[in-house]
Write a protein that binds this ligand. Sequence first.
Ligand SMILES: Nc1ncnc2c1ncn2[C@@H]1O[C@H](COP(=O)(O)OP(=O)(O)OP(=O)(O)O)[C@@H](O)[C@H]1O
Ligand SMILES: [Mg+2]
Length: 355
Amino acid sequence: MLAFVWLPIAAISALHYGTGMEHAWVHDILRRSYYLPIVIAAFLGGLRGAALAALITSALYVPHAFLGHHHHDPAGTLEKVLEIVLYNGVGAAAGTLAELERRRRRELQRALDEQQALIGQLVRAGRLSALGQVVAGITHEIKNPLHALAGTAEIVDPLIPAEAEERAMWEIHVRELRRLERIAERFLSFARPGPSELALLDLREVATRLGELIDAEARGKGIKVELELGERPLWVLGDRDQLASVALNVAVNAFEAIAGRGGVLRISAAADGPSACLRLENDGPAIPEAELARLFDPFVSGRAQGTGLGLAIASRIADQHGGTIEAANGGLGVAFTLRLPLREAGSKAGGGARG
Ligand SMILES: Nc1ncnc2c1ncn2[C@@H]1O[C@H](COP(=O)(O)OP(=O)(O)OP(=O)(O)O)[C@@H](O)[C@H]1O
Ligand SMILES: [Mg+2]
């Protein structure tokens, strides 16, 4: 603004005041050169900048036009008044146009950002659903022999006495078998198709239920759980158990992140524009930005024992509910937000969710 508006206006005014009345044509040119900085002010400073430039120009020009004795602008009074009116008119018009243009550009940028986020989510969802089918196939094949192994282990178990040398080995065998079963179960829940029982429910209930589910464990680990629920119900269309599983997956991760050092887990549910949000914040260390982007991809885990499926499952369920889940460093430290379309209390099940 200084270089392209204020200095030029000052320079034109100085020349104006310094030019004698005999050079009428110079005055004509100078009087009209004011338009340039006024229009530039519109582009650089919007309506405010243009109006200010027009007013300052008028204020600088008026004494020169009407008050000076030897050096005033020799043009006719009507012409000079018209010029001043035009300074302000052009300033207002250019400023308004620039303002409109700016607003349009902002809206365009916002739409672009939204679209990019949506594309990212779609890509993620597509990748997850393709992977889901593969995982379902493999898991299915693994589950049957696993079932047989578990069944026979149950029969063999009483045959190995507690004092036998092989008992320790046997225990490892059974423990690992259980672990395999748990992992298979986890893979299956990742691959499970869309929400089966859509019902209108209050997202605050999911938060309350989560609070109850984790209460005992939190106490055992010395973790403080804070529940923040609004007054008004947050109606969403969803599968109660699957939404609870999303919340639980995120909460378990949070517990792991703050384990051993007390810590706080804050569960809150609130409306945000057209969405109902369930937010889980913990005061654990921030997650590096590079990891944040991949957190919801399957098999991404920062833990030795993790399968890296918890958040992939959560993401898939959110997607099947027509919602999103995102992670960010913020709030208490790390925050996960599940966002679902907010419904009217009277709306019917069946719309909205994707299968
Ligand atoms: N609140 C959190 N703070 C820090 N890191 C987190 C948090 N939540 C998730 N993570 C990181 O994201 C990784 C992926 O989480 P995810 O739940 O998908 O897998 P997992 O917990 O490792 O395994 P699984 O849940 O399948 O047993 C975690 O291993 C952890 O490194
Ligand atoms: Mg997990």
